[in-house]
Design a protein around this ligand. Structure first.
Ligand code: HEC
Ligand code: HEC
Ligand code: HEC
Ligand code: HEC
Ligand code: HEC
Length: 214
């Protein structure tokens, strides 16, 4: 009697089962991996802003300190974006007929604020505070990267829980002197300097859930 299933069907079955296993594994793994890509987390995407404000000109070329425009970072949970008056402090005099600044002049004349798009945004159930970090020796560049080299600000780190915790477990290597908080290029000259900073700030390792979820 001829075999009900000829021998080649064994191979065919293995191939079909193999393909199925790969497809199922892929279906599970793809969204997990996707969720971790910069594409899904938004890291790396510059946004289209109403005015093309370029940090490279203002910070790198003109040497304006971060805190001149984001002064609240030192004393409040929010760094904030500057009001139009801050721009007009310079642009009433310089580049005051440039078309790229038309919307800024408009905002100053009407009192209607410029609607800047948010680049960084944590979920509501996470508590964050700029002033604590800034006053405890963590610099802007540790969390925001080389803003002085960005034509348009984009998110450099994922702002995920594991990213926060990586530093919170052991903040010491990230410390810097208080007067170098806004420097984009400062680096500790030696391990001894870092040890001195650690002795000065004595950073706690804050990993309990209630630190960030309150
Ligand atoms: C002359 C004013 C000015 C200076 C100086 C300045 N910024 Fe900004 N910054 C702005 C404005 C306006 C925005 C909003 C538009 C944008 O996102 O580009 C902004 C946006 C940002 C954002 C994104 C905010 C968000 O929506 O998440 C970060 C981060 C930032 N600045 C960091 C810095 C750092 C770090 C420095 C110093 C190296 C600095 N800025 C210096 C004006 C300034
Ligand atoms: C401390 C002075 C200062 C402040 C404050 C300032 N700017 Fe400027 N801005 C400059 C200078 C100087 C230039 C020319 C930079 C260059 O070409 O290197 C410039 C250039 C620009 C340009 C490009 C103009 C062009 O036509 O190329 C834009 C747009 C601009 N600034 C927007 C803003 C906005 C928006 C703010 C407020 C958030 C602001 N600036 C605050 C000094 C300032
Ligand atoms: C420990 C990490 C960390 C440090 C240090 C830090 N930032 Fe931020 N920054 C964040 C996070 C996280 C957000 C998003 C906050 C949110 O969504 O509530 C943010 C948001 C911002 C924003 C958007 C407006 C706001 O207040 O939410 C600006 C502007 C900004 N940072 C500028 C700065 C500047 C300038 C410095 C240095 C003086 C600085 N940051 C230091 C993590 C940091
Ligand atoms: C590069 C290091 C670093 C990163 C990244 C960082 N932190 Fe911190 N954080 C610190 C240090 C240092 C302190 C102060 C520790 C101390 O008080 O001794 C702190 C303190 C805090 C506090 C204050 C706790 C309190 O009430 O005293 C909160 C809340 C906090 N961080 C939230 C966050 C969140 C949320 C993120 C991620 C979005 C984050 N941090 C990322 C270093 C960091
Ligand atoms: C240093 C700050 C920090 C600490 C400490 C922390 N979290 Fe989070 N947590 C975050 C941030 C930031 C997010 C948002 C992550 C995102 O949007 O991807 C988050 C998200 C979450 C979420 C939402 C699901 C997820 O993974 O996105 C849960 C649940 C959570 N945390 C539970 C905890 C528990 C339980 C602890 C204590 C063991 C804890 N967290 C400690 C910062 C913190």
């Amino acid at each position: 009697m001829a075999a009900l299933f000829p021998p080649w069907t064994n191979t065919a079955t293995r191939i079909v089962l193999g393909a199925l296993a790969v497809a199922i594994a892929g279906a599970i793994a793809t969204p997990i991996l996707y969720a971790r890509t910069p594409f899904a987390t938004g890291a790396g995407d510059p946004l289209l802003q109403p005015v093309w404000f370029d940090h490279r000109h203002h910070v790198r070329d003109d040497g304006v300190d971060c805190l001149y425009c984001h002064e609240d970072a030192e004393r409040s949970p929010y760094a904030g974006v500057p009001a139009t008056e801050r721009c007009m402090g310079c642009h009433a005099q310089i580049w005051n007929d440039s078309s790229t600044l038309a919307l800024v002049r408009d905002s100053a004349a009407t009192g209607r604020p410029i609607r800047w798009q948010r680049v960084h945004s944590l979920p509501d159930f996470v508590y964050f505070d700029h002033s604590i970090h800034v006053n405890r020796g963590i610099g802007c560049v540790s969390c925001h990267g080389r803003v002085d080299e960005m034509a348009a600000v984009y998110q450099v780190h994922r702002l995920s829980m594991s990213w926060c915790l990586d530093c919170h477990r052991d903040p010491a290597p990230h410390l810097r002197p208080r007067d170098r908080i806004t420097s984009m290029t400062w680096e500790a000259a030696s391990p001894a300097e870092l040890a001195e900073l650690a002795a000065q700030y004595r950073p706690r390792s804050l990993t309990h859930c209630s630190t960030c979820h309150r």
